[in-house]
Write a protein that binds this ligand. Structure first.
Ligand SMILES: Nc1ncnc2c1ncn2[C@@H]1O[C@H](COP(=O)(O)OP(=O)(O)OP(=O)(O)O)[C@@H](O)[C@H]1O
Ligand SMILES: [Mg+2]
Length: 320
């Protein structure tokens, strides 16, 4: 059984009297203990997908259809209190801007311990011990000193590691990591990736790793989903996707990764832009930017083509 299963999920954003579809009929699952990548350019719907899982969509943004099942239970069937208990304990989330997620007025230790209190650890001494334990476990140096520090005393990378400690302290079965390294330099990025891998390995947490950087996804994820304009366009083992990308969008993303020999040269960009959600659409949303586009691409979004080994691609070129 999958840990998490999204079936035909669509998400709408209300603007005035109109609702625009930002995530359009996506289905995927996360297995226990795996790291699944979700990759795509800015505005493709990655964050909305993440936020919809623990029911954290902002007012004016709503699930239009589909179902989300966690450990075999539909999340729609849970009461608000049950959903609240699930968040943080079974499903945690970390975001791109770690400093913005921490309370600037409270010490780091108290913020980690608070999560334990929220989830029923009443004894203050126990919370302190557990907090120091997890800091040590996650390789955060000088836990005692860090316990007393305030967020402004820490680097961005350190703040993100603290956020990960907060997310991991209740040993969740699923961690949603929405661009956790985007705001960081390369060295801090590597530390975060290693920390996520450690949590995955040692705590057995499954991770949904969201990034616009296919290289990072390739480094840590066994499987990946490629998303474009609210649609999943390709899914499969990361190695296969990376070595033999099947969708023209994935090919462009890989083509846009800077390589060592290109150092100093401008980045290869994908011409065009992700269509805004207000733009009416039919067919494949990538067609206007696709060098292989043909007439039938505009008619309807293609059905999934099964390439074997769990690989699926949504492109007419793979439909006989
Ligand atoms: N709070 C919001 N209010 C209005 N529109 C929103 C809101 N959040 C997202 N959207 C719209 O929904 C679409 C998908 O946004 P989303 O944030 O999920 O993209 P993303 O893939 O996470 O992009 P990024 O890489 O920039 O984080 C975008 O067109 C965005 O403008
Ligand atoms: Mg986002």
């Amino acid at each position: 059984m999958s840990l998490l299963e999204l079936s035909h999920v669509s998400i709408g954003v209300r603007r005035g009297n109109e609702t625009f579809t930002a995530v359009d009929d996506i289905s995927f699952s996360i297995n226990e203990g795996e790291i699944l990548g979700l990759v795509g350019e800015s505005g493709c719907g990655k964050s909305l997908t993440c936020l919809s899982i623990p029911g954290l969509l902002a007012p004016g943004i709503e699930r239009l259809g589909g179902d989300i099942c966690f450990k075999g239970r539909s999340l729609a069937a849970l009461s608000p209190a049950e959903l609240c208990r699930l968040r943080g304990k079974e499903i945690s989330m970390i975001f791109q801007e770690p400093a913005a997620s921490l309370n600037p007025l409270r010490r780091i230790g108290a913020q980690i311990a608070e999560t334990l209190e929220l989830h029923g650890m009443a004894d203050k001494k126990k919370r302190r011990a557990e907090t120091l334990d997890i800091m040590g476990n996650l390789g955060l140096s000088e836990p005692e000193k860090l316990f007393r520090a305030y967020p402004h005393e820490l680097s961005g990378g350190m703040c993100q590691r603290v956020m990960i400690a907060i997310a991991a302290v209740c040993r969740p079965a699923l961690l949603l990591a929405d661009e956790p390294t985007t705001a960081l330099d390369t060295a801090a990025q590597t530390q975060i990736l290693e920390l996520l891998q450690k949590i995955n390995r040692e705590f057995g947490a499954a991770i949904l790793f969201v990034s616009h950087d296919l290289n990072l996804v390739n480094r840590v994820c066994g499987r990946a989903l490629v998303m474009y304009a609210g649609k999943i366009v390709e899914a499969g083992n990361t190695e296969d996707i990376f070595s033999r990308p099947a969708h023209p969008y994935t090919q462009s993303l890989i083509g846009a990764i800077p390589r060592r020999e290109q150092k100093g040269k401008p980045l290869a960009n994908i011409p065009g832009r992700v269509p805004p959600i207000e733009e009416p659409r039919r067919g494949c949303p990538f067609a206007p930017r696709c060098t292989y586009a043909e007439e039938r691409c505009a008619a309807a979004f293609p059905a999934a083509a099964d390439l074997g080994g769990g690989r699926r691609v949504y492109c007419v070129r793979h439909i006989p």
